[in-house]
Design a protein around this ligand. Structure first.
Ligand code: DX5
Ligand code: ZN
Length: 216
């Protein structure tokens, strides 16, 4: 299990310090939530802030783009320092082309699915995807409750990936806590995003250890 803390719940006035604290705690990934106020009803940050963070940190930047028509901005996010770029299936008419553009830009391609979106949206893309993100809340805000049917979606996606003979990772984002992380990993999740259930409970090294201990 890889834990990818969502910086949405970090202190935005001290992003460099937060990244350094994650690194010191033994965290490997940082989940960066980009929101445009159109695809989702909230606005966060974009390429300039990610580029500034990149200068201070060598963590793996897992960039979750909650923006309309992400194909317009792939090169900018790759240049800013995104290691992985995750776009929403619902946000583009040309998902395959966008995934190709991500790989060409030198980042790992990933696709996110809103809770109500069918897994069929990614079936044929699995061999070319590093990761599929199962949203377990409706995207836009931290601190929401996990939607129970998403557990079945993780199981079904795991079976689909096996059937395809692909190595695609499964990430789960939204309402992940110490109470549901073990079941998620058993269902097939490889990467767990945690915002409020992580940043709300310092020290970070101890919180990471608690998540890892539950998911053995
Ligand atoms: C929500 C974001 C999440 C968010 C998760 O739209 O994509 O990454 O930070 O926050 P929690 O873990 O608090 O549900
Ligand atoms: Zn996210």
């Amino acid at each position: 299990m890889i834990l990818s803390p969502s910086l949405l719940s970090a202190d935005f006035a001290r992003l460099a310090d937060e990244l350094a604290a994650l690194k010191a705690a033994g965290v490997k990934w940082a989940h960066l939530d980009v929101m445009d106020g159109s695809f989702v009803p909230n606005i966060t940050f974009g390429p300039p802030v990610i580029a500034a963070m990149r200068k201070t940190s060598d963590l793996f930047f897992d960039c979750h783009l909650m923006i309309d028509e992400p194909g317009r901005y792939i090169d900018e996010y790759a240049k800013a320092g995104a290691d992985l770029i995750c776009v929403h299936a619902e946000a583009t008419n040309h998902l395959e082309r966008t995934c190709q553009a991500i790989a060409q830009a030198g980042a790992k391609p990933a696709v996110a699915l809103n809770p109500a979106t069918s897994l069929e949206a990614v079936r044929y893309l699995l061999p070319q995807l590093s990761m599929v993100l199962i949203m377990s809340v409706n995207p836009g805000f931290g601190g929401q409750k996990f939607i129970p049917f998403c557990m079945d979606k993780v199981r079904e996606l795991k079976a689909m990936i096996r059937q395809a003979g692909a190595e695609t990772l499964i990430q789960v984002d939204g309402g992940v806590t110490l109470d549901n992380c073990a079941e998620l990993v058993q269902a097939g999740a490889d990467v767990l995003v945690s915002g409020s259930a992580f940043f709300g409970f310092p020290p970070y090294a101890e919180r990471l250890r608690q998540f890892e201990a539950r998911c053995l």
